[in-house]
Design a protein around this ligand. Structure first.
Ligand SMILES: C[S@@+](CC[C@H](N)C(=O)[O-])C[C@H]1O[C@@H](n2cnc3c(N)ncnc32)[C@H](O)[C@@H]1O
Length: 226
């Protein structure tokens, strides 16, 4: 279906989201954005689900058909959709927004979907079960706190992978540094090792006036050791 949304429409939505503070406000924002989400991120040229899926697919050494994937902050299901195209089959999704989860349910991709506000509720999934835990588009300022990264690790089976993304633009720079600090600390604790870090220049179209056409982003892939 052709998009009826203009870049100006999408810009207004994203800028309004930045006014929200607090986890619950952010979830409310996603509840209202859910219906237009996929059209709008296409207008933004949002490539994070594709890039994360590529990174996982290139580095995953196990049997893709049998791998169990936990898609955290799954939204409408864009990440699992890409992974399915790449040969993966088993998905469990988690998100805080009921409206996003309803759309994810309609894709028929997920064996189970759970509602959970990350950073407030614990991630209620079985520990050490998942071959791959992926979180795309939610590790950024005002969304999911970096403390949740340890919960992603906990859900991953030893030898399994955790794939995460973040933005590199000005308002997220401090958060990105915090996130990288946690990743490094957990590597020093020998919980995991870094498999790949990919910096991406054209992550998605910028909405803030002071930024150039595209903002930067990064994909991180870690393998759990113990
Ligand atoms: C930008 S969307 C990304 C969705 C999907 N991963 C993708 O790449 O299309 C961010 C998602 O994170 C969810 N989210 C944001 N903060 C959250 C929180 N604290 N707990 C649970 N979900 C959260 C939102 O409801 C939304 O579905």
């Amino acid at each position: 279906m052709a998009s009826t949304r203009s870049f100006a429409d999408v810009k207004d939505v994203i800028i309004s989201a930045h006014k929200n503070v607090g986890l619950q406000d952010k979830i409310e924002f996603y509840n209202t954005w859910a219906e237009n989400y996929e059209q709008d991120v296409a207008v933004l040229d949002y490539r994070a689900p594709l890039l994360a899926a590529e990174c996982i697919t290139k580095n995953f050494k196990g049997d893709k058909k049998r791998a169990i994937i936990l898609d955290v902050a799954c939204g409408t299901g864009l990440v699992s959709k890409q992974l399915k195209k790449n040969g993966f089959h088993h998905f469990v999704g988690v998100d805080g927004s009921a409206a996003m989860l309803n759309l994810a349910r309609k894709t028929g991709l997920y064996q189970d979907l759970k509602q959970c506000i990350l950073g407030r509720d614990s991630l209620l999934v079985q520990e050490e079960l998942y071959d791959i835990v992926v979180m795309v588009g939610a590790l950024s300022i005002g969304q999911v706190p970096v403390t949740v990264i340890r919960e992603l690790w906990q859900a991953t089976k030893p030898g399994g992978y955790v794939c995460m993304t973040t933005r590199g633009n000005a308002d997220n720079r401090e958060y990105k540094a915090e996130l990288e600090n946690v990743l490094r600390t957990m590597e020093e604790e020998k919980r995991w090792s870094c498999v790949a870090v990919t910096g991406v220049e054209e992550w998605e179209r910028a909405v803030a006036e002071q930024e150039s056409d595209y903002i930067q982003g990064a994909v991180y892939l870690y393998q759990r050791t113990k």
